[in-house]
Design a protein around this ligand. Structure first.
Ligand SMILES: [Zn+2]
Ligand SMILES: [Zn+2]
Length: 280
């Protein structure tokens, strides 16, 4: 049972480890048909979505929200917390929606009477009014007014996969609203927005960067410092390099989603006093 206090709480739902990034409607409808979060295979594959409209949305239990992350956080991935208002089981009635009182007939014993059975045995006949449960529902739960659920601000940890891009939706299975009737949970869908970077530009999993170099250094060649998303690296510039020459640094781009390979970085040599450089 999940217990939630009023106000700011941290929600932990047991057995949920499913993060999905969705790619298209077909894949999502397959995923959606599986409403029991405990049936998510442990080795699910992340999926991507360009649009929230592609995803069938269950308005009663799914929660939709968005989060803005930095360019480098999108490249590198990592954990981030998000606060979400979501419905959980009512802490007072634990989802029954009812307010119980001690059974007046059996005075809370649950027993109607005790009868002899055999020579030494006894048997308890359960109370007819409460069925042996010792209590009876007298009214709706005062906290949830009978709905069985209450809303609380929850902190959900997002596991942002390296390489996620602007406009993609991260789906966290089982972190949506509770469905009191069948005691299951909807999904949390987080539309990811990525801010632009002053130096790096992205094309799929490749990084493009302009590196300003003096005329003299272009002529002589030598080692230059090049910014990469994982830190600066030193690159050897050949003699007599012309401006607008583009060098490709293999594997220095963004980690491809759910793969072990990375994109490339394309380094364009520009004049040190170029307008492009002065803009930055
Ligand atoms: Zn009773
Ligand atoms: Zn309640």
């Amino acid at each position: 049972m999940i217990s939630l206090a009023v106000g700011r709480v941290s929600c932990a739902v047991g057995g949920i480890d499913g993060f999905l990034v969705m790619t298209n409607l077909e894949e999502m409808s397959n995923a959606s048909s599986d409403t029991g979060y405990n049936r998510i295979p442990p080795n699910y594959s992340d999926r991507l979505s360009r649009s929230r409209r592609e995803i069938s949305f269950r308005s009663d239990i799914d929660i939709e929200t968005e989060m803005t992350i930095s360019f480098l956080d999108a490249c590198k991935g990592g954990k981030k917390n998000i606060e979400v208002n979501k419905k959980e089981f009512c802490t007072v009635c634990t989802g029954s929606g009812k307010n119980f009182d001690v059974c007046p007939d059996c005075k809370g014993t649950g027993i109607e009477k005790t009868v002899r059975k055999g020579i030494f045995g006894k048997e308890n006949i359960p109370c007819q009014k409460c069925g042996g449960s010792r209590k009876i529902a007298v009214s709706s739960c005062p906290r949830c007014k009978g709905s069985g659920s209450t809303e609380a601000l929850c902190t959900v940890e997002l596991n942002i996969p390296a390489g996620i891009d602007d406009g993609q939706t991260l789906v966290v299975r089982g972190q949506g609203n509770v469905n009191v009737a069948n005691r299951s949970y909807g999904d949390l869908r987080v539309l990811i927005k990525v801010t632009e970077h002053p130096v790096f530009r992205r094309n799929e999993y490749d990084i493009h960067v302009d590196v300003p170099v003096s005329e003299e250094q272009c002529r002589k060649g030598g080692q230059i410092k090049v910014p990469c998303i994982h830190g600066d690296i030193i690159m050897s510039l050949p003699e007599n390099t012309k401006y607008k020459t583009v060098f490709r640094l293999k594997g220095k781009g963004i980690m491809k989603l759910n793969q072990t390979e990375q994109g490339d970085e394309f380094v364009r040599i520009v004049a040190a006093d170029s307008a492009k450089f002065n803009e930055k």
